[in-house]
Design a protein. Structure first.
Lengths: 149, 140
């Protein structure tokens, strides 16, 4: 009788430990989903780049096709930062003013987390003394890196 | 009767002990995750970079970096000097946050501003990082 009772007790304890294990796994999964992923600020970076381009175009009177093609100089952007993962595409209809990075990948951002996060906006600006609607696509795939790399 | 009572107490103690170990382990896990230097270095580098990218020459900022300083302190980083925790690299246009020895995360910023007067103010109830944005070389 005693032995049978002990077996029941041990089974109860094993069941208790099993429950704790399930709760632990759930908390660990929750911890990974909350803290495991790096902090993603690419959408904000894309928005920041876009707003800087818009402000630059609006504050630069006498824009020309050439000045749009040389937007790094016109807007005082640093090409080194763009090399780290920025996308910028300026066009109007079939006219392509400026292209850096692969703007096609912007359309695929929902399919893969590794594609850049992008935003788009149109602005009316004077280009070669004509009012033109310039479409801007700005994207960011910037990633943080280890300090010594 | 006494033996029965002792047996029940032993049974309950076994369960209580297992539960206490479980709760302690979960608390330790969550605490270690929330104090993860890797995560907070990434956070500070990106947030400060965002501030510089959207800032203008002449702007001064004071940021609450208490969480960062407490993590850095627990990892043996000297928090009295701002330059040991936060590096603003003009050449690469990057901000680096270092909250653990020998490591750190860097993130680029979009503007060509130069960061100066970088200071850490240690005090109660929080620690602050202050800095000023100035015109870059291209602006003359």
């Amino acid at each position: 009788m005693d032995k049978r009772g002990n077996v029941g007790d041990y089974l109860h304890f094993v069941y208790f430990i099993f429950l704790l294990a399930i709760i632990s796994v759930t908390i660990i999964i929750g911890g990974f989903s909350a803290f495991g992923k790096p902090y993603d600020s690419r959408s904000v970076d894309a928005q920041l780049l876009l707003s800087r381009v818009v402000i630059c175009l609006e504050n630069n009177p006498g824009l020309s096709t050439v000045s749009l093609q040389n937007i790094f100089i016109t807007c005082r952007f640093d090409e080194k930062t763009f090399e780290k993962g920025l996308v910028l595409y300026l066009y109007s209809g079939n006219t392509e003013f400026f292209k850096y990075g692969d703007q096609v990948s912007c359309g695929l951002e929902k399919k893969n987390i590794n594609y850049p996060r992008c935003v788009a906006q149109s602005v009316l600006v004077d280009v070669d003394s004509k009012q033109v609607e310039v479409n801007i696509i700005a994207g960011s795939n910037l990633k943080s890196h280890e300090q010594n790399k | 009767m006494n033996r029965k009572g002792e047996g029940a107490l032993q049974d309950n103690l076994r369960y209580l002990l297992a539960l206490a170990i479980f709760i302690a382990m979960i608390f330790f896990y969550l605490w270690s995750k929330s104090n993860d230097a890797f995560l907070w270095e990434d956070f500070y580098a990106k947030e400060i970079s965002r501030i510089i990218s959207s800032g203008h020459a002449g702007d001064s900022y004071i940021l609450d970096v208490h969480k960062g300083t407490s993590i850095a302190l627990s990892n043996g980083v000297d928090i009295r000097e701002a330059s040991t925790m936060f590096i603003f690299d003009v050449q690469t246009k990057e901000v680096c946050a270092i909250l653990s020895k020998g490591n750190g995360k860097c993130y680029p910023y979009l503007s060509d501003l130069v960061v100066s007067d970088v200071k850490i103010e240690l005090g109660e109830p929080t620690n602050f990082l202050s800095f000023t944005l100035n015109k870059g070389e291209k602006d003359g």
